[in-house]
Design a protein around this ligand. Structure first.
Ligand code: G3H
Ligand code: 13P
Ligand code: NA
Ligand code: ZN
Length: 323
């Protein structure tokens, strides 16, 4: 069956790596994630967002995830597969997922006051733990679009709040805000500096805050959202084949590698996969405008996606060979 992330987190914290949490909305994304994680022997967290539920139907998505467990066996190597609700914003949606077989949920109370966040998160934890389900909470607000709320600027996690939050809520992991944000446009060129190769380098993550958090809750599983790196090769391919993406800048991979060596044990990546798929589809359409079989463009998109995820597992998160 589906795995609980609890033991996976502990091993990841001790082993200095992070488990990939990849979002999926359709079959090809699911196949790419599972093929990549089986081939690299990495545990995996399959994430379903509210947007994914709206787009693809919750019943279909969770049955796909249950099918995933069988599918990885067919692929020849059994890896732990977690089914996780990404950015649950109410008790009701968390409960529905818990009742329907998810092994993990996030309750994102980060837009509420500290006290309300605690209250809501605690309520989800009580229900989830009674059903053997793991809970991720969040403290601090990420810049960019998070759910329907647009936070113009990051409110970094306050280290002095984490201990009380974790104690009072009983959460199993904590998402923090240290400079990552959702989407493909995390920084403007003006926020970046140019390195010797002319590459725009964004400001580094707030590792001082991360360290301070780790001091207060040693060994506690930390989660990073908004961790796409926005591969410039995919941005270039998209623009080469008719796209118009401007100044798409992500979190440099070396920053994530460094974070993965700490108590950060779950790293969320969605936008990079969107870019990889779009680049592949645009290329097919541009080179073969007569193509109309979805398999002929979704197939290459799937292959490009799989390559991206293998790269993440091996070179960024360090989760390869940990399953
Ligand atoms: O946190 C955001 C994830 O990238 C999911 O995005 O709500 O558009 O599916 P979505
Ligand atoms: P990205 O937009 O950086 O891929 O972040 C995804 C995420 O945090 C999903 O919860
Ligand atoms: Na880690
Ligand atoms: Zn997120």
């Amino acid at each position: 069956g589906l795995s609980s992330p609890k033991d996976l987190f502990q091993k990841a914290v001790e082993g200095g790596y992070a488990i990939p949490a990849y979002n999926f909305n359709n079959l090809e994304q699911m196949q790419a994630i599972l093929q990549a994680c089986v081939e690299t022997k990495s545990p995996v967290i399959l994430q379903v967002s509210a947007g994914a539920r709206k787009y693809a139907n919750a019943t279909l998505l969770r049955n796909m995830a249950k099918g995933a467990v069988e599918y990885v066996k067919e692929l020849g190597y059994e890896i732990p597969v977690v089914l996780h609700l990404d950015h649950g914003d109410t008790f009701e949606i968390c409960k529905e997922c818990i009742d329907n077989g998810f092994s993990s949920v996030m309750i994102d109370g980060s837009h509420h006051s500290f006290e309300e966040n605690i209250e809501l998160t605690k309520k989800v934890v009580e229900y989830a733990h009674a059903h053997g389900v793991t809970v991720e909470g969040e403290l601090g607000v990420l810049a960019g679009v998070e759910d329907d709320v647009v936070a113009e600027e990051s409110t970094y996690t306050k280290p002095e709040e984490v201990e009380e939050f974790v104690k009072k809520t009983g959460v199993d992991s904590l998402a923090i805000s240290i400079g990552t944000s959702h989407g493909a446009h995390k920084f403007t060129p003006e926020q970046c500096t140019k390195n010797e190769d002319g590459v725009l380098v964004p400001p580094p993550l707030k590792f001082d805050i991360l360290e301070e958090i780790e001091k207060r809750i040693p060994g506690f599983p930390i989660v990073l959202h908004g961790s796409s790196s926005v591969p410039q090769e995919h941005v270039a391919t998209i623009n080469q084949y008719g796209g118009a993406l401007k100044a798409a800048i992500g979190i440099p991979e070396d920053q994530l590698r460094k974070a993965a060596k700490s108590a950060v044990c779950k790293i969320n990546i969605d936008s990079d996969g969107r870019l990889a798929m779009t680049a592949a589809v645009r290329k097919v359409f541009s080179e073969n405008p007569g193509e109309f079989d979805p398999r002929k463009y979704l197939g290459p998109a799937r292959d490009t996606l799989k390559e991206l995820y293998m790269h993440k597992n091996i070179n960024v998160l360090g989760s390869a060979d940990k399953a």
